[in-house]
Design a protein around this ligand. Structure first.
Ligand SMILES: *[C@@H]1O[C@H](CO)[C@@H](O)[C@H](O)[C@H]1NC(C)=O
Ligand SMILES: *[C@@H]1O[C@H](CO)[C@@H](O)[C@H](O)[C@H]1NC(C)=O
Ligand SMILES: *[C@@H]1O[C@H](CO)[C@@H](O)[C@H](O)[C@H]1NC(C)=O
Ligand SMILES: *[C@@H]1O[C@H](CO)[C@@H](O)[C@H](O)[C@H]1NC(C)=O
Ligand SMILES: *[C@@H]1O[C@H](CO)[C@@H](O)[C@H](O)[C@H]1NC(C)=O
Ligand SMILES: *[C@@H]1O[C@H](CO)[C@@H](O)[C@H](O)[C@H]1NC(C)=O
Ligand SMILES: *[C@@H]1O[C@H](CO)[C@@H](O)[C@H](O)[C@H]1NC(C)=O
Ligand SMILES: *[C@@H]1O[C@H](CO)[C@@H](O)[C@H](O)[C@H]1NC(C)=O
Ligand SMILES: *[C@@H]1O[C@H](CO)[C@@H](O)[C@H](O)[C@H]1NC(C)=O
Ligand SMILES: *[C@@H]1O[C@H](CO)[C@@H](O)[C@H](O)[C@H]1NC(C)=O
Ligand SMILES: *[C@@H]1O[C@H](CO)[C@@H](O)[C@H](O)[C@H]1NC(C)=O
Ligand SMILES: *[C@@H]1O[C@H](CO)[C@@H](O)[C@H](O)[C@H]1NC(C)=O
Length: 408
């Protein structure tokens, strides 16, 4: 929810070459798998972090002195493993991460959440798993839990697949434990995952204000499908608020969000620059949330006072098809602004049953777009209405009305 990490874009990078960094547990000292002396231990390859192609198939952390008892500090083992891989490959690439048990990396984040809430930390907390400047990565068949900060953070990576991954953290009181944060990444697939965490389930990002603009790397060509998400404090799937490098060509489909604050959220602000465009949401089921779809353009958290107030993000071409909700309090809230009008929004086959009959259900400001066929609740008058066959039924009466609440 609160963005603090890597906002300074590439400026914080000190790694000389393309390599990935497994940040796991440098702090939490907890690399967890079942110790090998357990009688029913089997050398099952379950958790796999993979970069290809490689001459050698496996690097087992235990060969480097790693101990998976949930207690031992494995920092040196991680460093030794990466050094060995770098020697063998000429760069720091790890292919398979072999572990027993059912492949869990437990960040034991409680101590970090507590210190964060006490304001007792001087630095940003570490994510559980972080890849930087890498490509051709497959992360599958693994459970990540209790990250001190974000769980999985691919940063400036290309061709990343995340499949059949379970990500868990307490859904309240585990600050910033986002599930997956694709950050300035290209060609990414996230599928078949279960995510229930203390912040956004997924949050697509690309740098913060002037730092993100300078680094200038968008998140693009991302497909997110077949996920179940729960986010009690934030949203199932977010874009932003740090999106200064741009976010483009994202498809989100076959998604189920339950018992959450919000299902779909896009957040930006003046000063971000960049763009959010060509984003498609298809077949999203929403079950018991405060908000269904929320777009805001006043998310005014800035890294410092040096941001460019004239850097206005462009938000354009967002389509929502097959959005089915029940027990939703405020189904749609699209709040563009005079500075950041939202253009090219479309809705098809949207039905969100309300938690209770009430007003304020489809709120719009500074938005231009179209609705097709029947939409429930009745759409705001900012949008042009078409029938199922694409024939114009009624032109919008205003694009700009600010914060009028539309009743049923
Ligand atoms: C597998 O991992 C999950 C999540 O960490 C845990 O709840 C479960 O008990 C584990 N199962 C086994 C057989 O260890
Ligand atoms: C944070 O910085 C202050 C001042 O430099 C220092 O006294 C304190 O020990 C630091 N706290 C931690 C947790 O490093
Ligand atoms: C993407 O990565 C996968 C898995 O590492 C690999 O099999 C595939 O060839 C890569 N695709 C491209 C276009 O490089
Ligand atoms: C998903 O991963 C779990 C281990 O976390 C494994 O037991 C299961 O077979 C995997 N399922 C698929 C379809 O790959
Ligand atoms: C995930 O686990 C399933 C079932 O064990 C296996 O078939 C599949 O190959 C695994 N995925 C990867 C990428 O290893
Ligand atoms: C969707 O993902 C779940 C795991 O979360 C998996 O069991 C199921 O088979 C997937 N469905 C499809 C159609 O791939
Ligand atoms: C929009 O993105 C989709 C993939 O999500 C892509 O197939 C399509 O070509 C893009 N359209 C434009 C106009 O960029
Ligand atoms: C988005 O998709 C379109 C159409 O496939 C492509 O032309 C464009 O380059 C893509 N944008 C990015 C940033 O990859
Ligand atoms: C829509 O998504 C749900 C999962 O949320 C899935 O079960 C269903 O098969 C999807 N429908 C279609 C038409 O793909
Ligand atoms: C948005 O969609 C419209 C209509 O399909 C298209 O003309 C325009 O080029 C798109 N804009 C971007 C930035 O893709
Ligand atoms: C609506 O707002 C846009 C963007 O601020 C502006 O260009 C346009 O003139 C306004 N239209 C009306 C009718 O006020
Ligand atoms: C809405 O869904 C129905 C049934 O799936 C389909 O027949 C219809 O064409 C859809 N309408 C639009 C506007 O996509």
């Amino acid at each position: 929810m609160i963005e603090t990490y890597l906002g300074r874009g590439g400026d914080s990078g000190s790694f000389p070459m393309a390599m990935f960094l497994l940040w796991a547990l440098t702090f939490a000292s907890a690399f967890y798998w079942r110790p090998s002396w357990r009688p029913n231990y089997a050398r099952v390859r379950v958790g796999i972090l993979k970069l290809v192609p490689l001459p050698r198939a496996n690097f087992d952390l235990k060969e480097f002195g790693g101990v998976g008892d949930g207690m031992t500090d494995n920092t040196e083992a991680f460093e030794a493993a990466v050094a060995a891989i770098r020697e063998e490959r000429g760069m720091g690439q790890l292919e398979r991460w072999q572990r027993g048990n059912n492949g869990t990396i437990d960040g034991q984040g409680q101590v970090w959440w507590t210190r964060f809430k006490q304001r007792a930390l001087n630095n940003t907390r570490g994510p559980l798993v972080q890849f930087m400047w890498s490509r051709d990565i497959v992360i599958s068949n693994i459970t990540l839990r209790n990250s001190p900060f974000w769980n999985l953070h691919p940063y400036d990576c290309k061709n990343v697949t995340v499949s059949n991954v379970t990500i868990l953290a307490p859904v309240t009181a585990a600050p910033n434990t986002d599930g997956i944060d694709p950050d300035s990444c290209e060609d990414m697939l996230i599928e078949n995952c279960y995510i229930a965490v203390g912040d956004d389930g997924i949050a697509i990002k690309s740098g913060w204000d002037q730092y993100g603009i300078r680094y200038g790397r968008p998140s693009s060509n991302i497909v997110i499908r077949n996920l179940t998400l729960r986010s009690t404090v934030s949203a199932g799937i977010s874009i932003g608020s740090e999106m200064s490098g741009g976010v483009e060509n994202v498809t989100v489909e076959n998604i189920h969000v339950w018992d959450s604050r919000r299902a779909i959220r896009i957040k930006t602000a003046p000063g971000r620059g960049g763009y959010i465009r060509n984003i498609t949401y298809n077949n999203v089921t929403i079950d018991n949330t405060m908000h269904g779809i929320v777009l805001v353009t006043d998310y005014n958290q800035h890294p410092d006072e040096e941001y460019d107030r004239a850097a206005i993000p462009n938000v354009e071409n967002l389509s929502f098809t097959g959005i089915y909700g029940k027990d939703v309090r405020i189904p749609v809230q699209i709040l563009g602004s005079e500075d950041i009008p939202i253009r090219g929004v479309s809705f098809r086959n949207v039905t969100m049953k309300l938690h209770k009959k009430k007003d304020n259900v489809f709120q719009c400001a500074y938005v231009e777009g179209r609705v097709f066929g029947s939409i429930f609740p009745a759409p705001c008058k900012n949008l042009d209405r078409y029938d199922d066959n694409g024939q114009l039924v009624m032109k919008s009466t205003s694009h700009n009305v600010s914060l009028i609440d539309y009743a049923l």
